[in-house]
Structures are given as structure tokens and as C-alpha cells.
Design a binder for this molecule. Structure first.
Ligand code: TXA
Ligand code: MG
Length: 315
């Protein structure tokens, strides 16, 4: 496995073109990238992650032209793309390209697309000259990586290279949206706050997928995802004897604090790194649990609480 930097984009792109796997930084989390048009590359992604099933993956593109060559983007979808790309938003749209591996879409007639904000990611995709399929670069069921070191520790021996771009600025995965007619559905809360979408487009976002036939869904969001080794207890004001406290805001401090000022954007950026750290610390101190202070459900708080509920789900 090679550790690569800013000056090695071409090397990383060559590995992708040859069918190899490269972990690369996006503004949300590190992705585990493979050529989305190459069945073998995509199969290797599932193998490296140890994914229990073929959940569809996000195809990362470098520009709107590449996105529109793959899927139908018009109406509200195009408005969203123009407003929030590059950025922490994924759009699910009708697939039209025949070049995309069926393993990327798990055979669906829709595809999830995203233009990442990190210029390193866009340069890599552009140099590879192909859309790059990339789930978060962690083994299935573990906490998402926000540094190159997280990736090296968990997947280092299963991939060809890691492109180190420093810590991720947003820290939680992208918000997944699906437009149907005049409605926008949120399939997964994430790094783009729904309030921002509603503010910019003047359209209410439906938070829960409707349950009829037209219900858009994001398959494969296991409740047991993002699981630390330690047990997780939410909404805690203070820790029990066998717990460490992950604080939030000025009033509930803790061993680590996601944001001493109570800022959900800062808390999102710190979330996975601090979960990694406090989990390791708890294990080394012989504590069995992590207590987490309450976090309001507004802005990025919605995505943070979604991930924390998964981390706390019984396994
Ligand atoms: O921020 C992110 O989105 C990160 C970085 C690397 O870009 N990627 C990421 O990928 O979180 P992953 O594979 O962990 O999550 C992909 C999500 C899954 O929940 C999957 O169900 C959904 O996207 N998805 C993919 N294709 C879909 C489709 N056609 N329809 C509905 N949901 C889809
Ligand atoms: Mg993931």
C-alpha cells in the first residue's frame, strides 16, 4: 500500500485506471474509490469493506457535465446540483449511462451521484477520467474515517493506496436527496443541512420516505453501522462509573467535547474522530461504555443524531 500526497494525483489516477483501489479525501469522510465503470474494481470495493451485501454505492464525479452524462438531471434536481455542488450532497437520479457497472447501482435503475468539494478529490476523478464509486473507507460496520490514519489502520492492507489530504472538514457523510416531481425527499441526513436546502430552494424537504410504491429508499443503512467497541448511551447529562463522557456545549463537558460552544458544524467535523479516540481510551481504561451529551436536532445535528443512534443501536 502506498501513502500518496498532493503531488501524486497522477499516480493515484493511474492506479484507479488500472482497476486498483485508492482511498481519497472528500470534505465529508474518506472514500474507498474504484473505477465505477469497471466491474472488477467495484467488486474489490465490496471485498475490501467486507460488506455483507451489495448495497448501491455513490458515484463521485468531477463536474456537472460528467454527472449529466450518467444520469438525468433536470428540474429540481438540476436546481439542487447548481446550488449545492460541489458539496456534501448526493442526488439519486435516473440512470442513463450504459457504462456504469451494475454493481455500483446494485441493479437499480437509479444512481447516486456527488461532486465532492475537496479539490483533491475532483482532481483525482478528473485525472482518472471516469466516475469513481466510493463508499466510506472503513470496514463494514465500523466508524467512518475522517483522517488518512483512520483508513490506514483499518484498511491499509486491503487497498493499493491512500491519498492523504488531511482531516475532513465536514466530518459526516453527504446528505442524500431524491427528487420526485415537485417533492424533495431526504434519504439520509448528512453534511448539508436541510434548512439550507429549504432556505435556498423554497421547497420543504420530506424527511421520511413515503411508504407507497414510489417511496424512494436508501438501502443498506444498517442500524448497527458506525459501531464503536464500547456501548453507547445517548442523551446523557453525566457518565456512570464504567463510562467516559463525550460532551457537547458549555454545560456538559466530558472527557472530550464535540463542540464546547455548542456548534453543530464543529461537532460534525469532530464526531467520527472523537468517537475513534474516546472508544480507544475507554478500552484502554477498562471502561465499557461511552455516554454522549444531548445534541439538538437542528442543522447538522440531525445527521449527528442519526449516526449516534446507529452507534447506540443494539448489536
Ligand atoms: O459523504 C459520503 O456520501 C461518503 C463519501 C465517501 O462521499 N460516501 C458514503 O457512501 O457515505 P456509502 O456507500 O457509505 O453510502 C451510500 C449510500 C447508501 O446509504 C446507499 O443506500 C445510498 O447511498 N444509495 C446509493 N445508491 C442509491 C440509489 N440508487 N438509491 C437510493 N440510495 C442509494
Ligand atoms: Mg459508510
Amino acid at each position: 500500500m502506498q501513502m500518496l500526497g498532493l503531488q501524486d494525483i497522477q499516480t493515484a489516477a493511474n492506479i484507479l485506471r488500472a482497476g486498483g483501489l485508492v482511498s481519497f479525501p472528500t470534505e465529508t469522510v474518506y472514500g474507498l474509490g474504484g473505477d465505477a465503470t469497471n466491474d472488477k474494481s467495484v467488486a474489490k470495493i465490496y471485498e475490501a469493506k467486507g460488506r455483507p451485501s451489495f448495497n448501491p454505492l455513490i458515484a463521485h464525479v468531477c463536474c456537472l457535465d460528467m454527472a449529466r452524462s450518467i444520469a438525468d438531471l433536470d428540474g429540481l434536481s438540476l436546481d439542487l446540483a447548481n446550488q449545492f455542488w460541489p458539496g456534501p450532497m448526493t442526488l439519486v437520479a435516473t440512470l442513463k449511462s450504459k457504462k456504469i457497472s451494475k454493481l455500483v447501482t446494485a441493479g437499480l435503475d437509479t444512481i447516486a451521484l456527488r461532486i465532492p468539494a475537496n479539490p483533491l478529490a475532483r482532481d483525482l476523478i478528473s485525472a482518472a477520467g471516469a466516475p469513481i464509486a466510493a463508499p466510506s473507507a472503513n470496514p463494514s460496520g465500523q466508524i467512518s474515517p475522517t483522517t488518512a490514519d483512520h483508513v490506514r489502520a483499518s484498511l491499509g492492507d486491503r487497498i493499493d493506496a491512500i491519498l492523504d489530504g488531511g482531516p475532513c472538514s465536514v466530518g459526516v457523510e453527504s446528505t442524500i436527496l431524491r427528487v420526485l416531481g415537485d417533492s424533495i425527499f431526504c434519504l439520509r441526513p448528512g453534511g448539508l443541512a436541510l434548512e439550507d436546502v429549504e432556505g435556498k430552494l423554497g421547497v420543504q424537504v420530506q424527511k421520511k420516505a413515503v411508504t407507497d410504491d414510489t417511496a424512494p429508499n436508501a438501502p443498506g443503512q444498517l442500524t448497527s453501522h458506525y459501531a464503536p467497541n464500547s456501548g453507547v448511551r445517548l442523551g446523557a447529562a453525566e457518565p456512570n462509573e464504567d463510562e467516559l463522557l463525550l460532551g457537547f456545549g458549555p454545560d456538559i463537558d466530558g472527557t472530550l467535547n464535540l463542540s464546547p460552544n455548542g456548534d453543530p458544524v464543529e461537532a460534525a467535523a469532530n464526531l467520527f474522530r472523537m468517537l475513534h479516540e474516546i472508544d480507544a481510551l475507554a478500552t484502554s481504561l477498562g471502561k465499557s461504555g461511552i455516554a454522549v451529551a444531548p445534541i439538538p436536532d437542528t442543522g447538522l445535528g440531525l445527521a449527528i443524531n442519526d449516526r449516534l443512534k446507529r452507534a447506540a443501536a443494539p448489536r
